[in-house]
Write a protein that binds this ligand. Structure first.
Ligand SMILES: NC(=O)c1ccc[n+]([C@@H]2O[C@H](COP(=O)([O-])OP(=O)(O)OC[C@H]3O[C@@H](n4cnc5c(N)ncnc54)[C@H](OP(=O)(O)O)[C@@H]3O)[C@@H](O)[C@H]2O)c1
Length: 164
Protein backbone atom coordinates (compact mmCIF):
# COMPACT_ATOMS: atom_id res chain seq x y z
CA UNK A 1 0.00 0.00 0.00
CA UNK A 2 1.40 3.41 -0.91
CA UNK A 3 1.03 6.11 1.71
CA UNK A 4 0.17 9.53 0.24
CA UNK A 5 2.02 12.13 2.28
CA UNK A 6 1.24 15.37 0.46
CA UNK A 7 0.12 17.97 3.04
CA UNK A 8 0.02 15.29 5.73
CA UNK A 9 1.37 16.21 9.16
CA UNK A 10 4.11 13.78 10.11
CA UNK A 11 5.91 13.55 13.47
CA UNK A 12 9.23 11.69 13.55
CA UNK A 13 10.38 10.97 17.10
CA UNK A 14 14.11 10.45 16.66
CA UNK A 15 14.16 12.35 13.38
CA UNK A 16 17.53 14.03 13.84
CA UNK A 17 19.73 11.16 12.63
CA UNK A 18 19.82 7.67 11.18
CA UNK A 19 16.64 6.03 9.91
CA UNK A 20 14.42 8.77 11.36
CA UNK A 21 16.22 11.54 9.51
CA UNK A 22 15.98 9.56 6.26
CA UNK A 23 12.23 9.21 6.82
CA UNK A 24 11.95 12.97 7.45
CA UNK A 25 13.88 13.71 4.25
CA UNK A 26 11.72 11.42 2.11
CA UNK A 27 8.49 12.69 3.66
CA UNK A 28 9.49 16.30 2.89
CA UNK A 29 10.18 15.26 -0.70
CA UNK A 30 6.67 13.78 -0.80
CA UNK A 31 5.16 17.11 0.28
CA UNK A 32 4.50 16.37 3.96
CA UNK A 33 4.69 18.85 6.82
CA UNK A 34 7.29 17.27 9.07
CA UNK A 35 8.09 17.80 12.73
CA UNK A 36 11.22 16.12 14.06
CA UNK A 37 11.98 15.38 17.71
CA UNK A 38 15.47 14.71 19.02
CA UNK A 39 16.87 14.52 22.51
CA UNK A 40 19.65 17.06 21.96
CA UNK A 41 18.82 20.65 20.95
CA UNK A 42 22.00 20.98 18.87
CA UNK A 43 21.06 17.83 16.92
CA UNK A 44 17.61 19.27 16.14
CA UNK A 45 19.14 22.50 14.84
CA UNK A 46 21.76 20.61 12.81
CA UNK A 47 19.16 18.26 11.33
CA UNK A 48 16.93 21.16 10.25
CA UNK A 49 19.94 22.76 8.56
CA UNK A 50 20.92 19.48 6.90
CA UNK A 51 17.41 18.71 5.71
CA UNK A 52 17.32 22.18 4.18
CA UNK A 53 15.40 24.72 6.25
CA UNK A 54 11.83 24.74 4.98
CA UNK A 55 8.42 26.13 5.92
CA UNK A 56 7.35 22.48 6.04
CA UNK A 57 9.92 21.43 8.64
CA UNK A 58 9.91 22.15 12.38
CA UNK A 59 11.62 20.51 15.32
CA UNK A 60 11.64 20.16 19.08
CA UNK A 61 14.26 18.93 21.51
CA UNK A 62 12.84 16.90 24.36
CA UNK A 63 13.23 13.60 26.17
CA UNK A 64 10.65 11.40 24.47
CA UNK A 65 10.87 8.91 27.35
CA UNK A 66 9.71 11.59 29.78
CA UNK A 67 5.93 11.48 30.20
CA UNK A 68 5.55 15.11 31.30
CA UNK A 69 7.63 16.44 28.39
CA UNK A 70 5.71 14.33 25.88
CA UNK A 71 2.35 15.44 27.30
CA UNK A 72 3.37 19.11 27.10
CA UNK A 73 4.54 18.62 23.52
CA UNK A 74 1.37 16.93 22.25
CA UNK A 75 -0.88 19.41 24.08
CA UNK A 76 0.77 22.30 22.23
CA UNK A 77 0.62 20.70 18.76
CA UNK A 78 -2.24 20.33 16.28
CA UNK A 79 -3.06 16.65 15.65
CA UNK A 80 -0.75 14.62 13.42
CA UNK A 81 -1.65 12.34 10.53
CA UNK A 82 1.27 10.02 11.13
CA UNK A 83 3.55 9.51 14.12
CA UNK A 84 6.77 7.57 13.57
CA UNK A 85 8.87 6.52 16.55
CA UNK A 86 12.49 5.49 16.25
CA UNK A 87 12.90 5.13 20.03
CA UNK A 88 14.92 2.11 21.08
CA UNK A 89 18.50 1.08 21.48
CA UNK A 90 20.75 -1.90 21.07
CA UNK A 91 22.52 -4.31 23.38
CA UNK A 92 24.94 -7.15 22.97
CA UNK A 93 25.34 -10.33 24.98
CA UNK A 94 23.08 -13.09 26.17
CA UNK A 95 20.86 -13.68 29.19
CA UNK A 96 23.56 -15.08 31.46
CA UNK A 97 26.37 -12.61 30.83
CA UNK A 98 24.25 -9.46 31.30
CA UNK A 99 22.83 -7.99 34.49
CA UNK A 100 19.09 -7.96 35.00
CA UNK A 101 19.36 -4.16 35.12
CA UNK A 102 20.95 -3.96 31.66
CA UNK A 103 18.35 -6.25 30.10
CA UNK A 104 15.51 -4.42 31.87
CA UNK A 105 16.81 -1.04 30.66
CA UNK A 106 16.91 -2.23 27.04
CA UNK A 107 13.31 -3.47 27.28
CA UNK A 108 12.38 -0.16 28.92
CA UNK A 109 14.00 1.84 26.11
CA UNK A 110 12.51 -0.28 23.33
CA UNK A 111 9.11 -1.37 24.59
CA UNK A 112 7.84 0.86 27.40
CA UNK A 113 9.14 4.04 25.74
CA UNK A 114 7.14 3.21 22.61
CA UNK A 115 4.07 2.06 24.56
CA UNK A 116 4.06 5.45 26.28
CA UNK A 117 4.27 7.18 22.89
CA UNK A 118 1.37 5.03 21.63
CA UNK A 119 -0.83 5.83 24.61
CA UNK A 120 -0.31 9.58 24.20
CA UNK A 121 -0.06 9.90 20.42
CA UNK A 122 -3.23 7.88 19.84
CA UNK A 123 -5.17 10.83 21.31
CA UNK A 124 -3.49 13.30 18.96
CA UNK A 125 -4.02 11.55 15.63
CA UNK A 126 -6.28 12.67 12.82
CA UNK A 127 -8.81 10.18 11.48
CA UNK A 128 -7.14 7.58 9.24
CA UNK A 129 -3.78 8.48 10.76
CA UNK A 130 -1.10 5.98 11.67
CA UNK A 131 1.34 5.09 14.42
CA UNK A 132 4.60 3.55 13.18
CA UNK A 133 7.11 1.89 15.49
CA UNK A 134 10.58 0.51 14.87
CA UNK A 135 11.76 -2.84 16.14
CA UNK A 136 14.69 -4.69 14.59
CA UNK A 137 15.71 -7.94 13.01
CA UNK A 138 19.38 -8.20 13.92
CA UNK A 139 20.95 -10.48 16.50
CA UNK A 140 19.84 -13.63 18.28
CA UNK A 141 18.56 -14.27 21.81
CA UNK A 142 22.00 -15.52 22.86
CA UNK A 143 23.88 -12.42 21.65
CA UNK A 144 21.30 -9.59 21.82
CA UNK A 145 19.05 -10.77 24.66
CA UNK A 146 17.27 -7.64 25.89
CA UNK A 147 17.09 -6.15 22.39
CA UNK A 148 15.38 -9.27 21.04
CA UNK A 149 12.84 -9.20 23.88
CA UNK A 150 12.27 -5.48 23.24
CA UNK A 151 11.83 -6.00 19.49
CA UNK A 152 9.40 -8.87 20.00
CA UNK A 153 7.47 -6.79 22.52
CA UNK A 154 7.13 -3.94 19.98
CA UNK A 155 5.95 -6.42 17.34
CA UNK A 156 3.31 -7.79 19.74
CA UNK A 157 2.24 -4.28 20.77
CA UNK A 158 1.47 -3.24 17.19
CA UNK A 159 -0.73 -6.32 16.72
CA UNK A 160 -2.78 -5.16 19.69
CA UNK A 161 -2.78 -1.48 18.70
CA UNK A 162 -3.94 -2.26 15.17
CA UNK A 163 -7.15 -3.77 16.57
CA UNK A 164 -7.63 -1.28 19.42
N1 LIG B 1 21.21 1.02 13.33
C1 LIG B 1 20.82 -0.23 13.13
O1 LIG B 1 21.54 -1.05 12.59
C2 LIG B 1 19.44 -0.67 13.56
C3 LIG B 1 19.00 -1.88 13.13
C4 LIG B 1 17.74 -2.27 13.47
C5 LIG B 1 16.93 -1.45 14.23
N2 LIG B 1 17.38 -0.28 14.67
C6 LIG B 1 16.49 0.55 15.46
O2 LIG B 1 16.16 1.72 14.72
C7 LIG B 1 16.00 2.81 15.62
C8 LIG B 1 16.83 4.00 15.16
O3 LIG B 1 18.17 3.59 14.94
P1 LIG B 1 19.21 4.61 14.32
O4 LIG B 1 20.46 3.84 14.07
O5 LIG B 1 18.58 5.37 13.19
O6 LIG B 1 19.44 5.59 15.60
P2 LIG B 1 20.23 6.94 15.73
O7 LIG B 1 20.91 7.36 14.46
O8 LIG B 1 21.07 6.82 16.96
O9 LIG B 1 19.07 8.02 16.00
C9 LIG B 1 18.33 7.99 17.17
C10 LIG B 1 17.40 9.20 17.14
O10 LIG B 1 16.54 9.13 18.27
C11 LIG B 1 16.70 10.29 19.07
N3 LIG B 1 16.49 9.92 20.47
C12 LIG B 1 17.06 8.91 21.16
N4 LIG B 1 16.59 8.88 22.42
C13 LIG B 1 15.71 9.92 22.51
C14 LIG B 1 14.90 10.42 23.55
N5 LIG B 1 14.89 9.86 24.77
N6 LIG B 1 14.12 11.49 23.29
C15 LIG B 1 14.09 12.07 22.06
N7 LIG B 1 14.83 11.63 21.03
C16 LIG B 1 15.63 10.56 21.26
C17 LIG B 1 18.09 10.78 18.79
O11 LIG B 1 18.23 12.13 19.15
P3 LIG B 1 19.65 12.67 19.78
O12 LIG B 1 20.69 12.39 18.73
O13 LIG B 1 19.46 14.10 20.06
O14 LIG B 1 19.90 11.85 21.00
C18 LIG B 1 18.13 10.55 17.28
O15 LIG B 1 17.37 11.53 16.61
C19 LIG B 1 16.33 2.28 17.02
O16 LIG B 1 15.12 1.95 17.65
C20 LIG B 1 17.15 1.03 16.74
O17 LIG B 1 17.02 0.07 17.76
C21 LIG B 1 18.61 0.14 14.33
Amino acid sequence: MTMQLKKQRLLVIGGTSGFGMAIARQALQEGADVHIIGHTAAHVTAAITQLGPSDHLTGTALDAQNLAQLKTFFAAQPAFDHVVSMLGGAMGGGFLDNSIAAIRQTVEDKFFANLQVAQLASHHLNQHGSLIFTSGAGGRPDNASGAIIGNQAINTMVVGLAVE
